[in-house]
Design a binder for this molecule. Sequence first.
Ligand code: AHM
Ligand code: MG
Length: 339
Amino acid sequence: MYEGQQLRTVQQHILQEQTRFPGATGEFSWLLSGITLAAKMIQSKVRRAGLTDLLGSMDQTNVQGEVQQKLDVYSNEALMHCLSLRQSIGILASEENERPITVNFKSPSAKYAVIFDPLDGSSNIDVNVSVGTTFSILRRPEGEDSTDVEKWVLQPGATQVAAGYVVYGSSTILVYSVGNGVHGFTLEPGVGAFLLSHESIKMPSQGTYYSTNEGYVDQMPAPYPEFIQDLRQGKLGRPYSARYIGSMVADFHRTLLKGGIFLYPPTEAQSSGKLRLLYEANPIAFIAEQAGGIATDGNQRILDIQPTTIHQRTPLVVGSQVEMQAFANAVPAMAESVN
Ligand code: AHM
Ligand code: MG
C-alpha cells in the first residue's frame, strides 16, 4: 500500500523538529505525543457519535451503571488524562474548566502550560458536521512569577512555543507548528498513526471565499458590513463566495488551505465577539502567521494582545495577505497591525 513512499509519522516529525533546539531532551516530543494520543481517543468517540447514546444506555444497564458522558466532557478528560502524565507540564487550562489545573507545578521539571479547547463547535456533533480541538503551549514564566498560576497562562500569543489544532472531519487531521512552518498529519485509521500529509503549508496570498456568520451582519459595527459587501461585489478583483460551517477549526482549516478570510466580529449581543483568546484565537493566529497569513482583532495583531483573564473573548479576523490588507485599509486603526 505504501510501497515506494516515505512515511513520516507525527512523532518522527516532532523528534526531527526538536533537533533544532540545542540541548533538547525529548520531553517536548513526549508532551506533544500526549496531545496526539488524546486526539485519537477523541476522534474515536466522535466517529461513534449518534451510536454512543444507544451503546451507552446498554452499557449503563448491563455493565457499569455510569451516566453517558457528553463528548465535550469526554474530550476534556481525555486531554487532561493524557497530558497530566507528562512531567514537563505544570499547568493545564481548558475551556471546560473555570480555573487552570496545576499538574506538576512545583517541580523544576515543569516547563510548560498547555491551554486547550477540547471540542470546539461541539453543537455541530448532532448534525454530523466537523468539530475540532485547539491547543496552545506556553513556557513557564521566568523568576518569582513561576509560582503564580495566572502568570503561566496570561501570556501574549506571540510567546507560544507551539500551537495547533485537530479537525475531526471527513478525515482526522492534526495541524501544528513549533514556530518553524506549519505541517499537517492525517490519521490513518487502520494503523492508528498520524502520517505527514501536508508539509510546510503556505496559505495562498488570496482566496475566493469569505467565512462569517452573515446572519449577524445587521449587528456588526462598521466597517464589517461594508467590507463583506465589497467582497461580494468583487472589489478585490473577483466576487467572493461564502462558506460558513460554524465550527471555527474547520472554517479556519479551509481558509488555511484555500486562502480567503474568516471573520468573527464583535456584535451587539457579544461586544468582544464570541471566540476565546487563549485557546481559540491564539493557536489559530500562530498557525496563520506561520503559514504566511495575518490575524487581528480589528485593532491589533492577535498575538500581541496581553490577556487579562483566562476565558476572555476577542473578535477574530484571520486570513490571506490580500484580504487582510483590504480589511486593514477598511479599518484605518488597524493598518499598523497588518503591515
Ligand atoms: P463553542 O466553543 O461553544 O463550541 O463555540 C465556538 C464556535 C466556533 O467553533 C464557531 O466559530 C462559533 O462558535 C460559531 O458561532 P455562531 O453560531 O455564533 O456563528
Ligand atoms: Mg470553543
